[in-house]
Write a protein that binds this ligand. Sequence first.
Ligand code: HEC
Length: 169
Amino acid sequence: MQVQPKYSPLSRSWFYPDGRSARPTPAGTIAIDEVNLDPALDTGSVDGKFVTTFPINVDSALLARGQNRYNIYCTPCHGANGYGRGMIALRGFQQPANLNGERIRNAPPGYIYQVIGNGYGAMAAFNYQLKSTRDRWAIVSYIRALELSHGAKLNDLSEAERTKLEAQR
Ligand code: HEC
C-alpha cells in the first residue's frame, strides 16, 4: 500500500507532454462555490462598494437565527450586548470594537458582513465556522437590532410605549 501507481502533488509526469502531473483546469471552469455567485449576497459588495441595504429579506426568523449565531460565535469577545466586554476580552484578549459605537453603527451592512467572512485586525475570519451566507446576514441583521436597542430615542417609541415609560420615571 505504501507504493501505489499515483502522482504525489506536483510530481513529474512522463505521460503528459508538458511533464506536469497537476493538470490545468479546463477553460471556463467554475469553482462549486462560485456557481451563481451573487456579489451583493455572497461578498457584501458590488463594484467594490459595500452594499448599504440588505440583499436578503429581513424578517423575525432571520433576526432569531442571527441572535442564535451571534450568541454562539460573537459573544465570547463582543459580549451579549455588543460593547466588547466578552469573557475572552476580559481575560486579556484585545478589546474588540464597540458594536454599538458611532463608527460601526454608521458602517454599511455589507461592511459588517465582510468582517465576518474575512476577519479584521486581531479578529480571525469566520468564513469556516459560518459558511452560510444566510447565517452571516442573519448576524448582521441582529447587530443592527442590537444597535437600535441601545441607541433608541424616546421619539422612536410609539405613543403608548412612551406614556408607559414616562409613567415609570
Ligand atoms: C476571539 C474574539 C472575537 C470573536 C469571537 C469575534 N470578534 Fe469581532 N473583533 C474582535 C477584535 C479583537 C476586534 C478588533 C480588532 C482590531 O481592531 O484589530 C473585532 C472587531 C470587530 C468588528 C469591527 C471592525 C472595525 O471596523 O472596527 C466587527 C464588526 C466585528 N468584530 C464583528 C464580529 C462578529 C459579527 C463576530 C461573530 C461572528 C465577531 N466579531 C467575533 C474579536 C472577536
